[in-house]
Design a binder for this molecule. Structure first.
Ligand SMILES: [Zn+2]
Length: 314
């Protein structure tokens, strides 16, 4: 089974990871006239007129500090791209704060490739900002290897840490003609979505699916089939999407994470008995790939109704 590429992937960037360990090559890429810089300020990205702004070096004074302070993202259409974290209460002169927009807001306004580029740049900058000190000895960390390693500045320690991603399972549970959707108290009124939760140390993805579904809804699932994944950079989740077949039907909200869970038929969904998550979310795609398994209306025909229905779970 295949589903469309989820949001926040498909940036069209070739990462050239081998260059990260070659300082001269990084310096040369940084110095090319065509190189562009993607600023991130307070977790927000620069957008103008619906386009992502990747700045020329003359637009960003901080660029003169050199490639060592930046993240080498790779190349897109031949151009080298570096992410630049902007510090301070206000962005640099000439860049109004209002031009910096949150990733969730941007996602539906820019191309999929640009949304993925910004998610990548923002995730790297956010990770660096949250790892300014060594977790072992507390000394300041310094970025290295194109920004993909934070290295302890105490030579006796020299601890290295790497970009962090938090795996989470997200699962569409089905049983006969029905699927299982749940609702968190913080979501918009009427919004239901698939079951999700972080993978814990010492368990497989399949075990996490079984545990999360049982914790949240009391439902037992038999099999778990991997469908697709989606980076969910709020701040660093990787959503691993599954379908699972239920072998029980008695819903109980065991851990209180959900305020309601329901079995819904395709007819219930067509009748809009619940508000689904937005189409940019993998939750939508998981529901869609189940919904569309039978002849009849496609879930995509309902998508426009949800296009601007608020921010997805995460
Ligand atoms: Zn250290």
């Amino acid at each position: 089974m295949s589903i469309n590429r989820p949001a926040f992937s498909g940036a069209g960037i070739e990462r050239f990871a081998g260059l990260r360990q070659l300082p001269e090559a990084l310096a040369a890429a940084w110095a090319e006239s065509g190189t562009r810089f993607v600023p991130v300020w307070q977790s927000r990205c620069l957008v103008r007129d619906g386009f992502v702004v990747d700045c020329r070096r003359e637009e960003l004074e901080v660029v003169s500090a050199g490639y060592e302070t930046m993240v080498f993202l790779g190349r897109r259409e031949g151009r080298a791209l570096f992410a630049v974290g902007l510090r301070g209460e206000t962005p640099p002169a000439g860049l109004p704060p209002s031009a910096f927009i949150g990733l969730r807001e941007i996602a539906s306004q820019v191309s999929e490739a640009d949304a993925a580029l910004l998610a990548y740049a923002r995730a790297m900058i956010l990770w660096q900002e949250r790892h300014r000190h060594c977790g072992v000895c507390g000394a300041p960390n310094q970025p290295a290897e194109g920004g993909f390693v934070m290295v302890c500045s105490d030579a006796a320690c020299a601890q290295r840490c790497f970009p962090r991603i938090d795996p989470a399972v997200i699962v569409l549970v089905h049983r006969g003609e029905h699927c299982l959707l749940g609702r968190q108290a913080s979501w918009p009124e009427g919004r239901f979505s698939t079951i999700a939760g972080f993978v814990e140390p010492g368990e497989s993805l399949e075990e996490a699916v079984v545990r999360e579904v049982h914790e949240e809804t009391n439902i037992e699932v038999a099999d778990a089939s991997y469908i697709a994944s989606q980076p969910w950079p709020f701040p660093a989740a990787l959503m691993l999407g599954f379908h699972a077949t239920a072998c029980s039907s008695d819903i109980r909200l065991n851990d209180g994470e959900l305020v309601e869970a329901r079995w819904l038929s395709r007819a219930d969904i067509l009748n809009r008995e619940v508000l689904l998550p937005p189409p940019i979310s993998i939750a939508w795609r998981l529901i869609e790939s189940w919904f569309d398994q039978v002849p009849g209306p496609r879930l995509a025909s309902l998508a426009s109704d949800w296009r601007n229905a608020g921010s997805p779970r995460g």
